[in-house]
Design a protein around this ligand. Structure first.
Ligand SMILES: C[S@@+](CC[C@H](N)C(=O)[O-])C[C@H]1O[C@@H](n2cnc3c(N)ncnc32)[C@H](O)[C@@H]1O
Length: 304
């Protein structure tokens, strides 16, 4: 398949989300043929567009003159998110990575619920980016709707998975989110190396509504495909699909009961072998096999 054929396929499938595993297989075939990592992301993403092209008139006016699709979410991704917010009418949402997306979610939730309560919980890695988002919110009268948690990147461990991600922990997150149970999550950060977004959903899974839906932007990128695949494998998400628009959008349901391997890893370290330890040993073999396939999607974490 040539690089011409793939964008054509993408156009044909724009409105039809594809099961995540199909996208991972397509990615592996293309990368093996072209030796180009991130092939889907570089060949297929939408070009930048002006905010005035958004389908929603209020947002189009608010974001006129703002280029969407490079750092911020692309127009098609914002349109899809807005459509779903208006259908689902969540009481609140959680996002990783602030910016245009914060303004978008706050505007729509203000339209649905008014502006008396915080409706958008935003986790942001940088003080400067946070200040820029706050200024945008203030300019549009949206300050009351948003609560922001600044969490600079650091090395950390969630369950048995180590890597660099948002420098926060369950205790801080419980304080930040309080009794709210976000029903929709947008993962669009942090900005970082391969696998940087892996820890996001494991960190907040227990704080989400049981029927929460989880979206992730930039999902055509190898790192995000790998993260989504392993979230699914570990049970953090279910029914993952990839919408082949903008930079790729992952759409999934919150998984009911993700694997927790920390105790098994500890028992194995002490030489013991329970049922879960045996399962964890097999899981580690699968991780090793994925790592050995150099052209395949690399796991987005190290295991303890
Ligand atoms: C993909 S961006 C998040 C974009 C956001 N959700 C939006 O729709 O505008 C992820 C993170 O990158 C950082 N960032 C944003 N713009 C940046 C820029 N121009 N250069 C470097 N980092 C940036 C911010 O810390 C942000 O949270």
């Amino acid at each position: 398949m040539s690089s011409f054929d793939v964008p054509s396929l993408m156009r044909a499938l724009r409105e039809h989300p594809v099961p995540l595993e199909h996208m991972c297989h397509l990615r592996d075939v293309l990368v093996k043929q072209s030796s180009t990592p991130n092939f889907l992301f570089s060949a297929c993403r939408d070009p930048e567009q002006d905010g005035s092209e958004l389908a929603d008139a209020e947002l189009g006016a608010m974001l006129s003159g703002v280029a969407l699709g490079q750092w911020p979410m692309g127009v098609a991704a914002v349109d899809a998110w807005v459509k779903r917010l208006l259908e689902r009418r969540p009481s609140c949402v959680l996002e990783f990575g602030s910016g245009v997306s914060t303004v978008v979610s706050a505007t729509i939730l203000r339209r649905i619920h008014g502006d008396q309560r915080v409706r958008v919980f935003s986790i942001e890695q940088g003080e400067d980016a946070g200040a820029e988002t706050r200024a945008r919110l203030e300019a549009n009268g949206l300050t009351n709707l948003v609560s922001m948690h600044i969490a600079p990147l650091q090395e950390g461990v969630v369950d048995v998975f180590s890597g660099v991600g948002y420098g926060t922990d369950p205790e801080q997150l419980v304080k930040f989110i309080g009794d709210a149970r976000p029903e929709m999550v947008m993962v669009d950060g942090p900005f970082g190396k391969y696998g940087a977004r892996f820890s996001t959903i494991p960190l907040v899974h227990a704080l989400l509504a049981a029927d929460a839906e989880i979206w992730m932007d930039d999902a055509l990128r190898d790192s995000e495909l790998a993260i989504a695949r392993w979230w699914h494998e570990l049970g953090y998400i279910s029914d993952p699909e990839l919408q082949w628009t903008a930079k790729g959008i992952l759409r999934a349901k919150r998984g009911a009961s993700p694997k927790q391997y920390a105790a098994a890893a500890q028992t194995m370290g002490l030489g013991g072998m329970s049922g879960l330890v045996a399962e964890y040993a097999l899981f580690k073999l699968r991780v090793q096999a994925a790592r050995a396939d150099k052209a395949g999607l690399q796991p987005p974490f190290m295991t303890t």
